[in-house]
Design a protein around this ligand. Sequence first.
Ligand SMILES: Nc1ncnc2c1ncn2[C@@H]1O[C@H](COP(=O)(O)OP(=O)(O)O)[C@@H](O)[C@H]1O
Ligand SMILES: [Mg+2]
Length: 156
Amino acid sequence: MPAAPPELHLLAPHAAATRAFGERLGIAAAAGDVIALIGPLGAGKTEFARGVARGLGVVGLVSSPTFILIAEHEGRLPLFHVDCYRLAGAEDAVGAGLLDERRAEGVTVVEWAERLGTALPAGRLEIRLDGSGDDPRTLACRATDARHARLLEALA
Ligand SMILES: Nc1ncnc2c1ncn2[C@@H]1O[C@H](COP(=O)(O)OP(=O)(O)O)[C@@H](O)[C@H]1O
Ligand SMILES: [Mg+2]
């Protein structure tokens, strides 16, 4: 079997397309998967996370957990939705507490993942979103290990 491509570039012309990419990941995701979302304010990280939630069968509203750092949603697997926007300076300590051993039971989506520093799990699917306003978004997706390369295939 040929090796999965290590990187994938996607174009999302509108918010629903960004959510649809997330939904594909949510459908394919397994317990322990980590999806790291990187990109400026308004790039579509929360829209993407909403799609993952839908793919996992989460019912109800998924909003940005900015003020509470982490929100847990019940789905086919638990969704741990983390937002590191407010982390400043205490990344390692706070991040280590945010992503504890329960992470293995569910799917973790991290907004502002770069702010987790060394607490960001080494095995992950990294998605860099770019674009603003009503412009299309580009999604640069990269898997850091074989288990997350599987998710790239679901997106391709
Ligand atoms: N192609 C697109 N993908 C994602 N969001 C888009 C797109 N086009 C417009 N938008 C809008 O941009 C905003 C993205 O907000 P949000 O997902 O909260 O960003 P972030 O979490 O990265 O700060 C939403 O209001 C959304 O409707
Ligand atoms: Mg957000």
